[in-house]
Design a binder for this molecule. Sequence first.
Ligand SMILES: CC(=O)[C@@H](O)[C@H](O)COP(=O)(O)O
Ligand SMILES: NCC(=O)COP(=O)(O)O
Length: 248
Amino acid sequence: MAGERLRLGVNIDHVATVRNARGSAWPDPLRAALLAEAAGADGITAHLREDRRHIRDSDMDALMAGIGIPLNFECAATDEMKAIILRLKPHAVCLVPERREERTTEGGLDVAGDEARLRDYITPLREAGCRVSMFIGHAPRQIEASARIGAAVVELHTGHYSDLHAEGRLAEADAELAALREGARLAASLGLEVHAGHGLTYDNVAPVAAIPEVRELNIGHFLIGEAIYLGLGPAIEEMRRRMDEARG
Ligand SMILES: CC(=O)[C@@H](O)[C@H](O)COP(=O)(O)O
Ligand SMILES: NCC(=O)COP(=O)(O)O
């Protein structure tokens, strides 16, 4: 673990949000992904939601064919998504909870409560060579269940920490951070690779990047917004700089 650089996965969902707002062909998520790659992103993350509110099937096809860095395919654990994954065989699959009426992913996947089904669900994905990740909260029972079903990775949901930080509830944000640290430690001790993401910004990324067990951060919404001011490449480079600085 020591000496390896913390990876940055850039989530390009919200390039598609802007495109879909006008029903046009631009901005193109693939072009954004290629710019991210040129700016030093280690991977691209895209979430194919059941309702296709941003990323579409054709975007996933284009990303698979067009990018030279790993694709992390986020989706709900449904039969429809399984068929798409087995056709595309992305580098990584991150299973997330999805509720159609939610604004964004509001919580972690309940792996402990759906253990047998998820074990069966991920078996063909693992056999197809995908690195399977569970997007979960830091509760030990969710981490332990992820290890038991054979996931390679857990991505710890940093959304609650990010919200508390943004609201200036810093003591609560610190407590949430401590729980994320404990979760990362437990996950790594069980042989899981640890990722983190959701709601990360320039202002809140450092303490998460400093968690030694965390190997990868996935960051999207803030970077796509920041690209309006700075351009996507410089926005990513600044995030990279802050991650590296936090890592020491
Ligand atoms: C799973 C996760 O935290 C995000 O990557 C996810 O993509 C959020 O969904 P939206 O991009 O639709 O907000
Ligand atoms: N899995 C988290 C992710 O990909 C990015 O989340 P966000 O930065 O768009 O909130």
